[in-house]
Every structure is written in structure tokens, then in C-alpha cells.
Design a protein. Sequence first.
Length: 197
Amino acid sequence: MYLESANKPGWIEVICGSMFSGKTEELIRRMRRAVFANQRVEIFKPQIDVRYSVDEVVSHNSNSIPSTPVDSSAQISLLATEVDVVGIDEAQFFDEGIVEVCMDLANRGIRVIVAGLDMDYLGKPFGPMPALMARAEHVDKVHAICVRCGNIAQHSHRLTQNDNLVVLGEKDTYEPICRHCFNRLRAEEEVAAAAAE
Ligand code: ZN
């Protein structure tokens, strides 16, 4: 998609959006194209995300591609040798060092494709994603559909009561919702919380 302008390789692409927006599908699609082009690819994901498979990136529609789980962003620098394209999934869960790692890889001539949630369940920018988006050459925001009204969805609404920032889950834990449904639900939760005090 961006290869045609590559006189000198090495840049960062970010694919961001809510849960169920197709981020991982898009990451896999781009990685597959690179494989077809005989490029050497490597995908990394945080150790934390082992929902379906330890050594594969698996999207919600069960597309998969081999990947390497890592504990920290520093490991990516060590492991990403002899590659043309580095994919990083669930980037929001990485430490802030992921930003420098991606910059370094791109500066070395590697195409870096980063997928991640841009907002947490409270609607706040998630971990290193804002800094990655600022430094990327290309940013694509993909959208789910609001399960409550059919608008374009950009929020990941948590269906269970849990204040931890990181709660891994699926359709029983999160639903994609739009700005207006998010605002309404947050207001309802505040009223319920005030009544419970
Ligand atoms: Zn809605």
C-alpha cells in the first residue's frame, strides 16, 4: 500500500482503533503482502496478550500469522535482525520504550507496522499509542460499528465492573460503541455510582 514510494525504505505505519475494529486483520493483510513480495517479516506481540495462541497473532476472525511474544520493547530490538518488515500487535500494552524501538528500526531502513488500541476503556489515550501516532509517517484509524446504535464506533466499552486498566477479553467483556453512546453510558455510570454512596 505504501511500498510504491519507497526510494529509501524505513518508516512507521500505525493502525489504530477500538476493539473489534479490524486492526489485527489489517496488520495481517499488510504483513501477508510483504511475504508475497519475498520480504523478510517478523511480528511481535506483548507477552500479556496470549488470549488464543502463544506464538501466533490471531485476529477476531481467526486469521493468523506466526509471531513472537516478548516481555519488553527492548527485546524487539534484539530479535529484529535480518528483517525488512516488523509488525507489532497490541502495541498499547508495551512500555514507553516501544517508541524509541520503532524509531530506531525505521531509521535503520525497516518498515514498521504497529497495531493497537488508541483509547482505553475510559476513553483516554492508551499507553505509548499517542507518541507512536505522532512519530509515524502513516496513521490509519479503523472503526468498528456501535452495537447500540449503528454509528461508527471508536470506544471499547467494558461490560464488567473492573477498574484495572488491562483486562483482556472478548465479546463478553467489551463492546464497540460510538462517541454518543459512550457519553450516555458514562453519565449513567456516574449517576449509579453517586446513588450507591
Ligand atoms: Zn452508538
